[in-house]
Design a protein around this ligand. Structure first.
Ligand code: XMP
Length: 324
């Protein structure tokens, strides 16, 4: 059996759970798409080897991803391409690692992914976006999917991770979408633009982390009621409270600026930071203004190609958490 590992909480917990059940019959494959956040690849690899003691095959597929994404700007098309590549790379690995007998593929699909992708068992739900680990996979793939977390919410997944003894840094990592930075790099996804985005994102994460505003809330008590609550809640958004998810989005919009006495005409970055309990609804985080000022100034000064930073103040709904 193969497990697909991305670096996110869900895929790691799913792999750990299956590893617990079948031990070394599980081979975990980590595809380095070139679309991860700074240092993420190394962190994932060491967490797997050191804590799970599970075999981990690392595949560098970044060239393949960037050439497949060349010229593509439409969000659903990007998602489909990432999903398709993902499964093809796994098939190739399976032939190799499992002597040509790929049967089962473990995926970290969780309940909100199923609901928002309008999967067959939720056919009343309107499709919002094709969550990569649900609807973005090709129909002719050779694997049977094993999705042990399919009916769990995020905090339940974290509880499972803790019970399995996974490190806190992994269990409490903020969620990261399967398609990676693709859906945060609006417009064309090129190596240059992704590395610009990654640098800006690392600054935001570093500054939030210094203030202790990065860790998700560990409260699981209001999970059920929160899924039917509306956005716009204010109780969890006071300054100084942790963000549930925070990241930078690179916009394909150029605007005029001035650096020294030089005119600049460069791209803009948006900061997205939300508080939520279940990721089905979310409120924008009321981050301290001083922190926002520091992040903005550092991004513009340290990241080549960005001369403007904006803050996203939209809740979900009507917006989604990711921009694509
Ligand atoms: P949205 O943007 O739909 O995101 O409000 C809700 C949560 O889901 C994450 N997300 C994804 N996770 N594959 C994933 O594994 C995906 O394709 C995907 N798209 C969004 C998003 O980061 C947020 O936590």
């Amino acid at each position: 059996m193969l497990a697909a590992v991305w670096g996110g909480v869900d895929s790691s917990v799913a792999a750990a759970l299956v590893h617990k059940a079948i031990g070394d019959q599980l081979v975990s494959v980590f595809v380095d798409t070139g679309l991860l956040r700074k240092n993420e690849g190394t962190q994932v690899a060491s967490a797997f080897r050191d804590h799970l003691h599970s075999e981990l095959i690392v595949v560098d597929a970044s060239d393949e991803y960037f050439s497949a994404l060349k010229g593509v700007t439409e969000p659903e098309q990007k998602r489909k391409i990432v999903g398709e590549k993902f499964i093809r790379i796994f098939e190739a690995q399976a032939m190799h690692a499992l002597a040509g007998q790929p049967k089962f593929l473990v995926q970290g699909t969780i309940y909100p992914d199923v609901v928002e992708s309008s999967a067959p068992d939720r056919n009343k739900a309107e499709k919002i976006k094709t969550h990569h680990n649900v609807g973005g996979l090709p129909e002719d793939m050779q694997f049977e999917l094993v999705e042990p977390l399919r009916y769990l919410f995020k905090d339940e997944v974290r509880a499972v991770g803790e019970a399995l003894g996974l490190p806190e840094s992994l269990v409490w990592r903020q969620p990261f979408p399967g398609p990676g930075l693709t859906v945060r790099c609006l417009g064309e996804v090129t190596r240059e633009r992704v590395s610009r985005l990654r640098a800006a994102d690392a600054i935001l994460i570093e500054e939030l982390s210094k203030e202790g505003l990065l860790r998700s809330s560990s409260s699981s008590t209001s999970l059920r009621s929160s899924s039917s609550s509306t956005a716009g809640r204010t109780e969890s958004t006071t300054a100084g409270q942790s963000t549930s998810q925070a990241f930078v989005v690179l916009l394909p919009v150029r605007s005029v600026g001035v650096m020294g006495d030089q005119r600049t005409y460069q791209e803009a970055a948006a900061i997205r930071a939300v508080t939520t309990e279940d990721f089905m609804t979310a409120d924008w985080a009321r981050l301290p203004h001083d922190l926002l000022a520091r992040v903005s100034s550092r991004i513009v000064n340290e990241v080549e190609g960005i001369n403007r930073v904006v803050y996203d103040i939209t809740s979900k709904p009507p917006a989604t958490i990711e921009w694509e």
